[in-house]
Design a protein around this ligand. Structure first.
Ligand SMILES: CC(C)(COP(=O)(O)OP(=O)(O)OC[C@H]1O[C@@H](n2cnc3c(N)ncnc32)[C@H](O)[C@@H]1OP(=O)(O)O)[C@@H](O)C(=O)NCCC(=O)NCCS
Length: 206
C-alpha cells in the first residue's frame, strides 16, 4: 500500500502514462500522476520494478505480469494497493469523503436491505455509513472489472456490513471468476474515519 498527497507540482510520470491524460485538466493530471506514483512506490514494496502502468480497457490500470492492484483518489490524496498474484487474485480500493452519500443519493446506489440497515441506525450515523456502502461498491467494481470486463450497476451488489469488525460481505446474483476462483460472495474491509472512508476488496489465492 502507498499513499501520495495531491500537492503541486504533479510528479513526473512516464511518457506512455502522460499520453493518456494529455488533454486533461490540471486537477485530473495531478490525481492521475499521484496515483501512478503511489502505485510504483507500492510495487517497490513488493519487490517489483517501478515500470509504467498504462491505462487499460475500461480505464483499468495495466499492472505488470504477476501483479494485481488498484488505485483511488480523493481531492487531497491518492492511494494504491498492489499484490503478487501468487498471494492475492484480485484487489479493489476506493476512498471517499466521509458522509458524502447523503440520503437523496441512496436510491441510485443502495438496494432495499441496505436502506433498511441504514434506517435502523441513529440519524447522525446514516450518511457516514451510507458512504461505506458506496465506497465498498466502487472498490468491488474495480476489483472485478480486470477479470470479468463487466460493467456492474450499483443495484447488482448487496452488502452485509459488520460494523464491529469494519468488514463486509458483498453478494452478487451470479458467479464471477476472479483469477482461478469463481464466487458469488466476496469479503471486504473498510475504515470509516472522520474525514475519509476507505474500502478494499481482496481475494486471497487459496
Ligand atoms: C470507475 C469508478 C469506480 C471510479 O471511481 P471514482 O470514485 O470515480 O474514482 P476513484 O478515484 O475512486 O478511482 C479512479 C481509479 O479507478 C481505477 N479504475 C477506473 N476504472 C476502472 C476499471 N474499470 N477497473 C479497475 N479500476 C478502474 C483507475 O485506476 C482510476 O484512476 P486513474 O484513472 O487515475 O488510473 C467510477 O467512476 C464508476 O464508473 N463507477 C460506476 C460503476 C460502479 O462502481 N458500479 C458499482 C458496482 S457494485
Amino acid at each position: 500500500v502507498a499513499c501520495r498527497a495531491l500537492t503541486q507540482p504533479a510528479p513526473a510520470i512516464p511518457d506512455v502514462e502522460a499520453a493518456a491524460i494529455r488533454e486533461a485538466v490540471a486537477t485530473r493530471k495531478l490525481e492521475f500522476a499521484a496515483g501512478r506514483t503511489a502505485a510504483r512506490e507500492a510495487l517497490g514494496l513488493i519487490g517489483v520494478a517501478p515500470v509504467p502502468i498504462p491505462v487499460g480497457a475500461g480505464r483499468a490500470p495495466q499492472w505488470p505480469s504477476g501483479v494485481v492492484g488498484s488505485i483511488a483518489h480523493q481531492k487531497d490524496l491518492a492511494v494504491a494497493v498492489v499484490a503478487r498474484t501468487e498471494h492475492i487474485l484480485g484487489l479493489g480500493v476506493d476512498i471517499e469523503a466521509s458522509g458524502a452519500l447523503t440520503e437523496e443519493l441512496w436510491p441510485q446506489i443502495l438496494v432495499p436491505p441496505e436502506v433498511k440497515f441504514l434506517q435502523s441506525l441513529a440519524t447522525e450515523k446514516r450518511s457516514s455509513c451510507a458512504t461505506v456502502f458506496f465506497a465498498l461498491k466502487e472498490a468491488f467494481y474495480k476489483f472485478q472489472f480486470p477479470h470479468t470486463k463487466q460493467w456492474l450497476d450499483f443495484g447488482d451488489v448487496e452488502i452485509d456490513l459488520d460494523p464491529a469488525q469494519e468488514s463486509a460481505t458483498l453478494r452478487i446474483s451470479r458467479f464471477l471468476t476472479i483469477g482461478t476462483l469463481a464466487q458469488n460472495a466476496f469479503a471486504a474491509r473498510y475504515r470509516m474515519g472522520d474525514e475519509l472512508t476507505l474500502a478494499a476488496v481482496s481475494l486471497a489465492a487459496s
